[in-house]
Design a protein around this ligand. Structure first.
Ligand code: NDP
Ligand code: OXD
Length: 313
């Protein structure tokens, strides 16, 4: 049980009010404080934040931990040495994995059942059944077998697709062809018809999907990127879509967000765009998880989902 703690709540978009209400409801005795540019932060036990202002960071050197309101740590790790050397804790699932599974299942089934083509036909008043794809030709390859990737793998397997996965360290998952490490990436890609990225953005994954690697996918492959836009070399993806090598892409994340207008992706009918909504933070689940982790810190117990700064996730 956590007794009186003081927590800084900060969001780049300023929307901390509902977070303060959830903490007050779920952790009686908590004191939450906010911070604005130019203010001096009172001593706090913990910080819970998303998209911090650079000038906030030096004031966090005495908190016991910094909790992120999301799963990806890249937007904070980019500050490098300016980020105080205290434990950085990301969300582990907290209601996001099921949303990722819904999104990826929808996009995969849309391509497999040719709904993208039927949508186009319907726009032209065309009634023309197409030959169905065969499941054995629709191997789904999931990059990143963490909290979110594993849930996606399980869901996609449930539809009977052949599934392969790629991660940094070796895995052994029933019914999944597992690949690990850069040395196996080309082999993984060459047999993947629907490529899903659920990798964190790190020094190793930045620009990972460049022209050569995207061209390693078989002709007619699809890309579903729900991780981070900077993992894909955007001009290369466009070239391969225009050449017909890649049949379509469903993109939730972009190198620059919001995706600027003009941007050639908006004009490309084979690219489906969503505004970074594939898995939204479920605030109440997140607050409950953070409270449990604070309890673990206070009791000197192990805490899950601490970011490894060396690895970048
Ligand atoms: P995890 O940390 O649980 O999993 C990351 C996975 O990526 C692990 O399997 C890890 O391998 C693998 N990985 C990391 N680096 C490499 C590498 N260099 N080569 C191969 N595999 C690698 O993360 P989550 O599943 O919780 O989240 C994944 C990402 O999803 C987040 O980092 C975030 O960017 C994104 N995200 C996007 C959202 C959206 O709305 N679009 C919402 C939430 C998250 P190993 O298992 O060996 O460690
Ligand atoms: C996250 C995100 O990392 O929303 O949680 O992208």
């Amino acid at each position: 049980m956590v007794s009186a703690v003081r927590i800084l709540l900060y969001r780049g978009d300023g929307q901390t009010g509902p977070w303060a209400e959830d903490f007050a409801r779920l952790l009686p005795g908590v004191e939450t404080v906010s911070w604005r540019e130019g203010e001096t932060l009172p001593a706090c036990d913990y910080a819970v934040l998303w998209n911090p202002a650079p000038s906030l960071l030096p004031q966090l050197s005495r908190v016991k931990a910094i909790f992120l309101m999301g799963a990806g740590a890249d937007a904070v790790l980019k500050f490098g040495a300016a980020l105080p050397n205290v434990p950085l804790v990301r969300l582990g699932d907290a209601g996001m994995a099921v949303q990722m599974a819904e999104y990826v299942a929808y996009a995969t089934l849309r391509y497999f059942r040719r709904f993208d083509e039927y949508e186009e036909q319907a726009r032209h008043g065309l009634w023309a059944p197409l030959p169905p794809h065969a499941k054995q030709d629709f191997t789904v390859g999931v990059m990143g077998l963490g909290k979110l990737g594993l849930r996606v793998v399980e869901t996609i397997r449930g539809f009977g697709f052949p599934v392969r996965g790629w991660s940094r360290t070796a895995k052994d998952l029933p019914g999944v062809d597992c690949y690990a490490g850069m040395a196996s990436l080309d082999e993984f890609l060459s047999g993947t018809r629907v490529l899903v990225s659920l990798l964190p953005l790190t020094a190793e994954t930045n620009n990972l999907l460049d022209r050569r690697r995207l061209a390693t996918l078989p002709k007619g492959a699809y890309l579903i990127n729900v991780a981070r836009g900077a993992q894909v070399a955007e001009p290369d993806l466009l070239t391969l879509i225009r050449s017909g090598h890649i049949a379509g892409a469903t993109l939730d994340v972009f190198r620059n967000e919001p995706l600027p207008a003009p941007h050639p992706f908006w004009e490309e009918p084979r690219i489906t765009i969503t505004p970074h909504i594939s898995a939204l933070t479920v605030r109440e689940d997140a607050v409950r998880q953070i409270i449990d982790k604070i309890a673990a810190f206070e009791a000197d117990q192990p805490v899950a989902d601490i970011v490894d700064r060396q690895l970048g996730y």
